[in-house]
Design a protein. Structure first.
Length: 407
């Protein structure tokens, strides 16, 4: 469904507000028009593409040909009242009408419309899998591409490896592979550069700061953030606490990382370093890069949190074991049945990875539906509508997600 010929999700308050001061015309006669007439004020006409209805009347309004809209002055505000709203939207755009400004779909059709838009989705999704590498093109660790084209979807491995972190990097992407280190590649999956990372560090999340011109990498086995310059030289190692140095074992299990200005946000299983003692006091912890100090947790009470993002001016995090998507002051805006890890946003919808839940027994009593599927779920936070694209069990875990569609 073309974004140029459809308008956004609307309410009757929106319709009445946008149509105020303009003649309002319904596009499509019948039952949907009747329901719309009850809620929309100031309707002056109805148009319909069916020649058998043209010239008849509904609710005292004559049904005219749609092309009469071209000559009306002032230009009317059109409310589409037919299940063929995609085609009618394209027709109105052909008349020079602008979606949202000159026409909307009747709120009566919101349910059908949201479903139709989700089912017509076209997107190319990249995701990483941290399993051991395999020569099988549909199994094992690596970088994968999921191609969504309406009712059809397919996936393929584009790079083999033991992959974890993945982020957009300008027009390119950066990813973490255990063997090769940090990889920069283009949209056609050509590797542009690499630099080595410490072996055995389990480098996980990665983020590039344009402001600081540095790479920030979360290392699970080091309980630390590694900071690298543009040439791949390590500049700094920021320890979460002194526990790893004392015990020679990671105690916090850090996962994903996000840098906004001088704030470095890090998700981890345990703020106190007690997850191995079954204390999962998970947090998103902030490090002040300018003052070189830990500022404290900004989001708490998380259970195995992973992916962090910044969407619509709000920090977003996946509370992975509970399957929760948190936003708007860390409120739950979405709930999913699997282990939620991997997050991207296309400007209107979230793309969320769902891995086989290896810790399902821990979620018993927390969730009444514990999925063991691997999938990528597309989720609309406003309507709560979602659609999942399932993957075979040979790709049992997803670590990170990015979108590879030019806009």
């Amino acid at each position: 469904m073309s974004a140029t010929t459809t308008a956004e999700f609307t309410t009757f308050a929106d319709v009445n507000g946008r149509g105020r001061g303009r003649p309002i015309v319904l596009a499509g006669a019948g039952n949907i028009a009747t329901k719309t007439l009850r809620r929309v004020k100031g309707v002056t006409g109805i148009v319909d593409n069916n020649p058998n209805l043209q010239g008849q009347s509904q609710a005292g309004l004559e049904i005219a040909k749609p092309d009469t809209l071209r000559t009306l002055d002032p230009r009317p505000f059109v409310v589409i009242c037919t299940t063929s709203f995609v085609e009618v939207g394209e027709q109105l755009a052909g008349y020079g009408f602008t979606p949202g400004t000159d026409f909307v779909v009747s709120p009566v059709l919101n349910d059908l419309r949201i479903i139709a838009e989700m089912e017509a989705l076209e997107e190319t999704v990249l995701f990483t899998c941290g399993l051991p590498p395999s020569e099988d093109p549909e199994a094992g660790g690596g970088l994968y591409e999921l191609s969504i084209k309406g009712a059809r979807h397919s996936f393929r491995k584009v790079m083999a490896g033991n992959f974890h972190g993945l982020k957009p990097h300008g027009e390119h992407f950066i990813a973490i592979d255990d063997e090769r280190g940090l990889i920069t590649f283009d949209r056609e999956y050509t590797i542009l550069s690499t630099f080595a990372l410490p072996q055995g560090a389990r480098c996980h999340g990665v983020c590039w700061s344009e402001e600081h011109r540095k790479y920030f990498i979360a290392c699970s086995y080091l309980d630390a953030i590694l900071v690298y310059d543009e040439d791949g030289q390590e500049e700094e190692r920021i320890a979460i606490s002194r526990k790893q140095a004392r015990t020679s074992e990671a105690q916090h299990h850090c996962n994903d990382i996000l840098v906004l200005g001088d704030s470095v946000y890090l998700s981890m299983f345990s703020a106190t370093g007690n997850w191995k003692r079954d204390v999962f006091d998970g947090v998103v912890l902030e490090y002040d890069f300018a003052e070189k100090r830990w500022a404290g947790p900004v989001i708490s009470d998380l259970w195995m949190p992973h992916s962090i993002d910044f969407v619509d001016g709000s920090l977003v995090v996946l509370d992975s074991l509970r399957g929760r998507l948190l936003k708007n002051n860390a409120q739950t805006i979405g709930q999913f049945p699997g282990f939620a890890r991997g997050l991207a946003h296309d400007g209107s919808r979230f793309f969320i990875g769902q891995s086989r839940n290896r810790n399902y027994s821990a979620a018993m009593g927390v969730s009444n539906n514990i999925a063991i599927d691997t999938a990528i779920t597309v989720f609309d936070e406003h309507t709560k509508v979602s659609k999942s694209f399932h993957l075979p069990s040979t790709v049992s875990e997803i670590h990170a997600i990015a979108l590879n569609t030019r806009r």
